[in-house]
Design a protein around this ligand. Structure first.
Ligand code: ATP
Length: 486
């Protein structure tokens, strides 16, 4: 599996999906750039999410809040005081670890050695100690289990400390000379931009509870150890939706979104057996219920999306620190003639990492195929079976040869199609090589213009997934494609 993962990473680079950031300077640790195909795939996934949230739900609207927010936002949300991970350093190797990651990888080793009960006991103790922030207990656990540093092989650990994950910077130049006055944070989640705009949207959009606000955008976390390609990065993108509900109905909506979101991932072609729920044992400071949707990445089942019942924690906190009322008022709600529609709503949140979803889509799509042909010879290809609705290019138009008027017909078809969907044009190399290249990029359909086209106005359409070919009418290419990609 690890092998397959390094193949995927190499493939992403070779075919313009993902490059290491500032590669000419040897890259920047755990920062990546999306290339020409990656940017398009990422945009298509984002658009698919945005459409399914906003266009397909009449009670969900989308906003685009700034990355910078008033510093009190992060005081109110609890991030200044609580958004930290316990970390520990190995004194010999000077390597730094997130305590839960260190213990989890030891648990994985135990599982690998068939010590299932020990693994379970270790994880259970870890969860209990983490939920109590018992750092002494966690250090004991590490020592009792003789957990060693993978680099130095020693078990010489420092004490455990909290490490806040927020990046900060300064606004303008300090007038007071006190740097703290100008300190601003890069948002570690997009959710707070939604909370502070809750009343703006509710009033101007005349939204009635239950309703949702969706947003996509960059978030930043100074992860102690960023790793596993684009799975854990310091700069990443989130797609979040806060659903505002009447207090007391939150569990109903929590269960609704839990089911909906799993179905949504399946609609992207992710096999059901590679998805699972993981209920949180340790709840974040704001939540009364939380579940992760996990995907089986090439390195195991890991969180892809979080669904949290956040109660009225955030709105209440913002109301307190901003001293502005953040209440919903529903005139129509009356009991015994008295209005009862005045309350701070509860919130159910769905939060998925766009980069993690991108890695999910690529992991599912990637296949290195080998087979024996009819004549007994071996053949192979690398293909990205990306669902047509999110593939970077939908169609490749390929004139068989660069002469005899074939490129002209191809370009005319290109002009006809490109207004409606992303089309790729290529006239270099043999047709077989061009098909393989389109397989590797994940283009679901190729249309080849050959000499017969000039005689009977038909073309060959070739399907990426089955490699089957058939002749269709040139005039119908666009409408057939439109049907297949929607
Ligand atoms: P983890 O436990 O993996 O650190 P988390 O529980 O802190 O994640 P949330 O705060 O729930 O994550 O964030 C919501 C989503 O944002 C996650 O499900 C994940 O898809 C994405 N995400 C969080 N941190 C990162 C990161 N460092 N890099 C890429 N995506 C991230």
């Amino acid at each position: 599996e690890q092998n397959n993962f390094s193949e995927i990473i190499a493939h992403c680079k070779e075919y313009g999906y993902i490059f290491p950031s500032s590669e000419i300077y040897d890259g920047l640790s755990a920062v990546y750039d999306y290339g020409q195909n990656g940017a398009q795939l990422k945009k298509n996934i984002r658009d698919y999410w945005w459409k399914s949230m906003t266009q397909l739900h009449e009670n969900i609207v989308g906003i685009d809040a700034a990355i910078f927010m008033h510093p009190l936002t992060w005081k109110a949300s609890g991030h200044v005081d609580n958004f930290s991970d316990p970390m520990i350093d190995n004194k010999d190797s000077k390597k730094r670890y997130r305590v839960d990651h260190l213990i989890e990888s030891h648990a994985e080793k135990l599982a690998f050695e068939g010590k299932k009960e020990e693994e379970f006991a270790l994880l259970k103790s870890m969860d209990e100690l983490l939920s109590k922030d018992d750092f002494g207990g966690l250090k004991n656990l590490i020592e009792q289990n003789k957990i060693k540093c993978e680099v130095s092989g020693t078990a010489n650990w420092t004490d455990i400390r909290q490490f806040n994950l927020m990046f900060s910077t300064e606004f303008g130049s300090s007038v007071s000379g006190n740097e703290e006055d100008n300190k601003v944070y890069l948002r570690p989640e997009t959710a707070q931009g939604i909370f502070v705009n809750f009343l703006n949207v509710q009033k101007t959009g005349r939204m009635k509870i239950p309703f949702g606000i969706a947003q996509t955008g960059k978030a930043f976390r100074n992860e102690i150890v960023a790793r596993q390609f684009i799975f854990r990065m310091r700069e990443f993108e989130q797609m979040e939706m806060q659903f505002f509900v009447k207090p007391g109905t939150e569990m109903e909506w929590y269960n609704y979104w839990k089911t909906e979101r799993l179905k949504w991932h399946e609609s992207l072609g992710i096999p059901a057996e590679k998805l699972r729920y993981h209920d949180h044992v340790k709840l974040a400071h704001y939540a009364n219920a939380a579940v992760d949707i996990e995907f089986e990445f090439p390195f195991g089942f890991k969180e892809l999306e979080g669904i949290h019942s956040r109660t009225d924690f955030d709105l209440k906190q913002h109301q307190e620190l901003s001293k502005k009322k953040l209440q919903y008022f529903d005139n129509d709600l009356k009991e015994d003639g008295k209005p009862i529609g005045n309350y701070i709503p509860y919130v159910v949140e769905t939060s998925v990492g766009l980069d993690r979803l991108f890695l999910t889509v690529i992991s599912v799509a990637y296949a290195n195929e080998k087979w024996t042909k009819e004549d007994g010879t071996e053949d192979s290809r690398v293909v990205l079976r990306i669902p047509a609705k999110i593939a970077p290019y939908k169609l490749a138009i390929l004139p068989l040869v660069k002469k005899d008027g074939l490129p002209e017909i191809a370009k005319q078809l290109m002009n006809e199609c490109k207004q409606s969907f992303h089309t790729f044009y290529e006239e270099k190399d043999s047709i077989g090589k061009r098909y393989r290249r389109m397989d590797a990029i994940g283009t679901p359909f190729c249309v080849t213009i050959d000499h017969q086209t000039k005689e009977d106005n038909t073309v060959t359409i070739r399907y990426r997934d089955t490699m089957m070919q058939e002749r269709i009418s040139l005039a119908e290419v666009k409408s057939i494609l439109m049907e297949k990609i929607n």
